[in-house]
Write a protein that binds this ligand. Structure first.
Ligand code: DX5
Ligand code: ZN
Length: 228
């Protein structure tokens, strides 16, 4: 697979898949680049999902690498266990991290790619100093917590500014967008500078997850910002 920062990657979120058939739901996205697994603790966001035991099993079964998105309090304490569970990438929220550089180093030492996420209300100033320590910046395009919400168009300007910042310093950092990403919104995200696309309901409510992933990838490539 191409380096995370230098090509288009599609990472379907399994949040809205059929959990009673999770193995088959994972097989259905075998043409994706990653599987996006949302970890929620019922505190940082008003929803509760998976722990490390579940992630370990998902990693074992999943045909593609697992991209974990931790919407949890105290990631300094809990995030390393997701790298140990075999996640290819671990993304924590900067709003919740006490010592994000130390945490990023710890996750890298456990062989995970490291992302930092910001909620819609959090500005880029909160992550600027962190960029040299990251593989990915996740710009939330909905309020974190649930799938199926509408994309917040104001976030496009944040994506543009993040891409400028990353290009200006020539940093190998991917920009991921998560929330309301579908055929109608992916082109604008790609043009603005995002290159890793999470799509949950768009993929799992489609007749064919495979076809939807191909359609999203084609659109993203067609509108891709020139990546450094
Ligand atoms: C929301 C999660 C997303 C969610 C996206 O907090 O982080 O990954 O599953 O779902 P859609 O694509 O339906 O907006
Ligand atoms: Zn997510």
């Amino acid at each position: 697979m191409s380096a995370l920062h230098s090509a288009t990657h599609i990472s379907p979120s399994i949040l809205n898949c059929d959990f009673m058939r999770i193995g088959e739901e994972l097989d259905a996205i075998a043409n994706a680049d990653y599987a996006h697994v949302d970890i929620m603790d019922g505190h940082f966001v008003p929803n509760l999902t998976f722990g490390t035991a579940m992630v370990e099993q998902i990693v074992r079964r999943c045909p593609v690498p697992v991209d974990t998105h931790l919407m949890i309090e105290d990631p300094d304490r809990w995030a390393p266990a997701y790298a140990e569970a075999g996640a290819a990438s671990v993304t924590f929220h900067v709003e919740a991290a006490a010592a994000p550089v130390r945490l990023a180093n710890e996750l890298h030492a456990k062989d995970a790619l490291v992302g930092a996420a910001i909620r819609p209300a959090t500005g880029l100033d909160a992550v600027r100093h962190l960029l040299p320590h990251l593989d990915m910046l996740l710009i939330m395009t909905v309020e974190p917590g649930f799938g199926g919400q509408a994309f917040i168009p104001n976030m496009l300007e944040k994506i543009r500014q993040a891409r400028e910042l990353i290009s200006a310093e020539n940093l190998p950092v991917a920009i991921q967008v998560d929330g309301g990403v579908k055929r109608e919104t992916i082109a604008r995200c790609a043009e603005a500078g995002a290159n890793v696309f999470v799509a949950g309901s768009a993929v799992y409510s489609a007749d064919s997850a495979y076809e939807e992933i191909e359609a999203l990838r084609t659109l993203a490539n067609k509108h891709a910002h020139t990546l450094a």
